[in-house]
Write a protein of this length. Structure first.
Length: 145
């Protein structure tokens, strides 16, 4: 089972009042036990079932807005080199094959934060503005290409 090497992860501290703290106005939200910068390949593995477990032992749980027009979905898809439709189709295929847990479907960045609070393995894309004032058990980190 692939594991994420925590020694290569770098924590990113957020401060209130920071504008555009993240590339293109988006960040990854995840539980504080998985704090750090996640590169594009790790993100791809997490959303396609090739990464099953984080360093802390938590099972990877993708969380995403299933609306193809949502900015978070468009950003995630473009970061992974796909269209939103291709991304959602790929995830659906991997769920059917049993390679990935069914993603938690949400409607907004605020829903993402709630999902991450309840699951140490959850990971999702949020808009930059949602990163301000996060609860202490949720961390937002920058994408590293």
């Amino acid at each position: 089972m692939p594991r994420l090497n925590s020694s290569i992860l770098i924590s990113l501290a957020l401060t209130l009042g920071t504008t555009s703290a993240f590339a293109e106005g988006f960040a990854l939200a995840h539980h504080k036990s998985n704090a750090g910068v996640i590169d594009t390949e790790t993100l791809r593995k997490a959303f396609t079932g090739r990464l099953k477990q984080w360093d802390n032992g938590a099972v990877v749980q993708p969380v995403l807005i299933t609306n193809e027009d949502a900015p978070e979905t468009k950003f995630l898809a473009s970061t992974l080199g796909m269209t939103p439709r291709e991304l959602l189709h790929r995830i659906q295929q991997e769920v059917f094959r049993g390679e990935i847990r069914r993603p938690t479907a949400i409607k907004s960045s605020a829903d993402c934060v709630a999902a991450v609070r309840g699951n140490p393995g959850a990971v999702c894309v949020i808009v930059d503005s949602a990163a301000a004032g996060l609860p202490p058990d949720v961390v937002a980190t920058a994408f590293k290409k």
